[in-house]
Design a protein around this ligand. Structure first.
Ligand code: AMP
Length: 590
């Protein structure tokens, strides 16, 4: 309910004074998007004028957009690799940024098989927090009463390392959750979580998940919203409940914490929360023991008004499963962000997933947009509705005209700030969670596995394609292989093919292997051997649907249901990776 009509905002009546201020800020930034961008670039260029990077391009003190664009090239991570490596190795001179690089944020995008290292500076935390602070004021416009209960969010820290020069290297959310900004956040009735900080900050993913779920069960009637960063994370939490509900019921019945939870700070914090509650324990047993888990979210947390998870981009594959578990609750995709920079927020968070648009906030960084198929970057306010662009950012931390790799389509404007539909990330073939595998990585992995096949039985992989199978949780990569078994060659054994599965996993990038080993967010890779002639049938099918016979190329990833069904109907044997690939937090040097 609005507190005061004088506070009203074009976005809608704010729920409280604090919200009014946040909504005013959004209005101010989006109304003046071009000026904000112009001033922001001038500020970055003035501040970083003496950095090695900017000096190289002889800006001569200029801070205007035209000079900047005419002298500074648009780059990718690979172009910046030497500078990044020097900073990582301990060079503290102002290479990219006048402000000291405080840490590296490890992106889920990889380069040479390792996470990309994004430089950041201390004040970026304030900028990220500012964007976070705008989310609930917008949500409160659509869902009233969120101050009367809690959010059950499954949030995790991941392992971190130090670079040779001693800077922390960790994912952006790990950096945020470990910061004072998060840990010592002031009480805000609109932002109360069921998960204690002790559980969120526990580096052991099992103990963290266990405690967060237990707290969510204990507080089930207060839960008004349920979320995780990505849809895959929330589904993993549901799967976790499926696997461990009887342990939760046991703990709740007796008021004592499972002995596998050994983290002292969690044990101490839970001793104040966990009390015997046989009625709740019985309720959990009753709801969970049935095979039917439809609407489980609203059965256990009946006051849930919406799910707060990103289901845009690669996460769209999880929408039907989430609908099943939640009985069709709205799914709010609230923000769009990356390790390079946080970009913006969804001003209409209750919109259908297919209609989600993110409004880029012009105060976060300097943004440019390269039209798909074109070369000349345009300004934030000059993008055209309906057109697709690749996003390019210039950040306070020293990335200059950096290609993020995301393709966005303009759907409209809020004031003069454009709103974008996330179309896709460039060059991603397969993705289950935060892993992203591109075509050349998959090709290399198949080649490595094919060598094993050749050594052991003289056979080769004649054709292959892949599929991200998310029908089970966690999802897993499926490789369809058609084999070339030469005359006299032995048929590959099941053992050889399982070794091929593992070899492929060993060959994939570190984010994939971390997802397998540390996060348990990707299941064992599977090879499905299809009978000879299957890929020819695939081609016939494509041609029957209008593909050109001369230009036909085997798709290296399939997701069109009839094609997957065709492949599955030709499977002669299936083989899974028998163990985990190698992964350690330490990075391999180039
Ligand atoms: P990372 O640098 O690992 O944090 O990954 C950032 C990338 O995740 C972005 O560049 C996008 O490709 C993707 N991403 C982030 N937020 C969203 C969103 N709301 N919808 C779709 N994709 C997103």
């Amino acid at each position: 309910m609005a507190v005061d009509s004088n506070l009203s905002s074009p976005l809608g009546p704010p729920a409280c004074e604090k919200d009014a201020k946040a909504l005013r800020f959004i209005e101010e930034m989006t109304r003046n998007a071009d000026t904000v961008q112009e001033n922001l670039l001038a500020e970055i260029l003035a501040r970083n004028a003496d950095t090695e990077y900017l000096r190289r391009f002889n800006l001569g003190g200029a801070t205007d957009r035209d000079t900047f664009k005419s002298k500074i090239p648009v780059i990718t991570y690979e172009d910046l690799q030497p500078e990044i490596q020097r900073i990582a190795d301990g060079d503290r001179s102002p290479i990219l940024s006048a402000h000291p690089i405080s840490e590296f944020l490890t992106s889920s995008g990889t380069s040479a098989g390792e996470r990309k290292l994004m430089p950041t500076i201390k004040e970026e935390l304030d900028r990220r927090q500012l964007l976070y602070s705008l989310l609930m004021p917008v949500m409160n416009l659509y869902v009233p009463g969120l101050d009367k209960g809690k959010g059950m969010y499954f949030l995790f820290v991941k392992s971190e390392t130090k670079t040779p020069g001693g800077l922390p290297a960790r994912p952006v959310l790990t950096s945020y959750y470990k910061s004072e900004h998060f840990r010592s956040r002031p009480y805000d009735p609109y932002n109360v979580y069921t998960s204690p900080n002790e559980a969120i900050l526990c580096p052991d993913s099992f103990q963290s998940m266990y405690t967060q779920m237990l707290c969510g069960l204990l507080d089930r009637l207060s839960v008004l919203r349920v979320g995780a960063v990505f849809a895959s994370g929330l589904l993993r939490a549901i799967r976790f409940l499926q696997l461990h509900w009887s342990r939760f019921a046991h703990d709740i019945e007796l008021g004592c914490l499972d002995s596998e939870i050994t983290d002292p700070s969690i044990r101490q914090c839970m001793s104040g929360i966990l009390k015997p509650d046989p009625v709740l324990a019985e309720f959990i047993r009753r709801e969970c023991k049935s095979d039917n888990w439809e609407k489980i979210i609203t059965r256990i947390w009946p006051n849930t008004k919406y799910l707060d998870v990103i289901v845009t981009g690669a996460m769209a594959q999880y929408i039907p499963t989430l609908e099943y578990y939640s009985g069709g609750l709205p799914m709010a995709c609230t923000m769009y962000a990356s390790s390079e920079c946080y970009f913006g927020l969804n001003l209409n968070p209750m919109s259908k997933p297919s209609e989600v648009s993110y409004t880029i906030m012009p105060n976060m960084a300097y943004f440019e947009f390269i039209p798909l198929g074109g070369t000349k970057a345009v300004e934030l306010v000059d993008v055209k509705i309906g057109k697709e662009y690749e996003l390019v950012v210039t950040t306070y931390a020293g990335l200059c005209r950096y290609r993020v790799g995301d393709i966005l389509r303009v759907t409209g404007f809020h004031n003069s700030a454009p709103q974008f539909h996330f179309v896709r990330r460039k060059n991603v073939l397969l993705s289950i969670d935060s892993d992203k595998t591109d075509e050349s990585e998959l090709q290399k992995a198949v080649e490595n596995a094919s060598s094993i096949l050749h050594e052991e039985c003289g056979s080769r992989v004649a054709e292959y394609t892949s599929y991200a199978d998310t029908s089970t949780i966690p999802g897993h990569y499926v490789l369809y292989w058609e084999l070339l078994v030469r005359d006299g060659a032995r048929q590959p054994s099941h053992e050889t093919l399982t070794r091929c599965c593992l070899e492929m996993e060993e060959s994939l990038n570190s984010v994939y292997r971390q997802s397998r080993v540390a996060d348990n967010s990707v299941g064992p890779l599977e090879i499905r051997v299809v009978r000879n002639g299957t890929f020819e049938e695939l081609m016939d099918y494509a041609i029957s649907r209008g593909a050109s016979i001369n230009q036909y190329k085997v798709p290296r990833c399939v997701n069109f249901t009839p094609i997957v069904e065709l492949l599955d109907s030709r499977v002669v044997s299936a083989h899974f990776s028998p163990s985990l690939p190698h992964w350690t937090p330490e990075r391999r040097r180039r």
